[in-house]
Design a protein around this ligand. Structure first.
Ligand SMILES: Cc1ncc(COP(=O)(O)O)c(C=O)c1O
Length: 353
């Protein structure tokens, strides 16, 4: 079947572009001796995770326990990092069950999290690996200073049931190196293990070597790209492998077309493009502006297009943010040179716990 014959809206991934993205990034990390630990929260599929492992990834990153459960039950019982504070009995019990099935490491940024992990690990009779998250500039989670990171690491180190493996930051632009260097120095002085020094984010992916202290790197969006990466010059249109196949369903005015793809297809993410807010990039109409959406309608201003799309026409739209877009779909259709090769269920879709 050809891609044009698929019903719309459908989420597709171009296999040649996907393959090239996976190779390009893996090559960089291999060349620089940094372990690549892809973040599966972007694609949420077993097939792409398996491809990432086959190309040389050292393990996977999963943001939620539920995502890790999907990977392990799908046969990817590999070295998994969950860079998230796991709090509360229901999740801790699932985490411990998972720790008996695969090599599992979680992050913590408080004594509260560490105590919960330690009690659950002891009760379950497992040894759980833990890394400390240190603030590197995002102002999200993370202890605020290298000194605090060291204190928390000492607590992990002496907690029964836990094994300290190092520390992480997110994101880790080159400007965050002083924090990482200081944390390394303090860990070393205290004799604390730091076999993992983990950085992350696609935005700074090719600058990771400027922080030689990093042992590994977490990236999610590199296989797919998206409008943000396109406009920042990190991916070309061809390298943006993930596309929504959409149909023009209405042309209420000469300058406005409506797609069958609104926020329940694209996600509600908005990108601040040079021309204003954008909810997607129309590959065939680069001058069009996908400026708004309702749940099932995509609102596109085509006033700047020399040739305008017509009702019934199929267009390909790059999502602005691939991760929540994938989360809206049951499946990703894998396509090569316009021909459907496979349908990949998005098994980790909606795994927010
Ligand atoms: C903790 C953590 N690590 C790594 C990543 C991957 O970053 P990116 O989506 O830029 O590839 C994310 C993304 O949200 C994250 O939250």
């Amino acid at each position: 079947m050809r891609v044009e014959e698929l019903d719309s809206p459908t989420l597709t991934i171009d296999l040649d572009a996907l393959d090239e993205n996976l190779d390009r990034y893996q090559r960089y990390y291999t060349e620089h001796g940094i372990g690549l630990r892809p973040h599966i929260k972007t694609h949420k599929t077993l097939a792409i995770a398996a491809m990432q492992m086959a190309k040389g990834a050292i393990g996977l990153t999963c943001q939620k326990v539920g995502e890790a459960e999907v990977m392990v039950s799908g046969g990817l019982a590999v070295d998994i990092l969950i860079p998230f504070n796991i709090i509360g009995k229901p999740k801790l019990e699932r985490l411990m069950a998972l720790a008996t099935q695969t090599r599992l490491t979680v992050a913590a940024d408080s004594a509260y999290t560490v105590r919960g992990l330690a009690e659950a690990a002891e009760a379950a009779g497992v040894t759980l690996s833990v890394i400390v998250e240190v603030e590197c500039g995002m102002n999200r989670t993370g202890v605020q200073t290298p000194q605090e990171a060291t204190e928390l690491a000492k607590l992990i180190d002496k907690s029964k049931g836990l094994e300290l493996r190092g520390f992480m930051g997110y994101p880790t632009p080159p400007a965050s190196r002083p924090i990482i260097q200081e944390t390394v120095a303090l860990f070393d002085k205290a004799g604390l293990s730091r076999e993992i020094v983990s950085g992350g984010s696609t935005r700074y992916a090719f600058e990771a070597h400027q922080i030689p202290e990093l042992t590994e790197y977490r990236i999610g969006e590199y296989p797919t790209g998206g409008e943000g990466h396109l406009r920042a010059g990190r991916h070309t249109v061809e390298q943006c492998s993930l596309r929504v196949q959409a149909t023009v369903i209405s042309k209420p005015t000469a300058d406005r077309v409506i797609l069958d793809s609104g926020s329940k297809t694209m996600s509600a993410s908005v990108f601040q493009a040079p021309h204003g807010p954008s909810m997607g990039y129309l590959v065939e109409y680069p001058d069009a502006r996908f400026y708004s959406s309702s749940e099932e309608h995509g609102h596109v201003d085509v006033s700047a297009c020399a040739k305008k799309p017509e009702i019934g026409e199929r267009v390909q739209v790059l999502p602005v943010h691939p991760c929540p877009c994938v989360n809206e779909h049951d499946a990703i259709v894998a396509v090569r040179k316009g021909v459907v090769e496979a349908v990949w269920p998005v098994y980790a879709r909606g795994k927010i716990r």
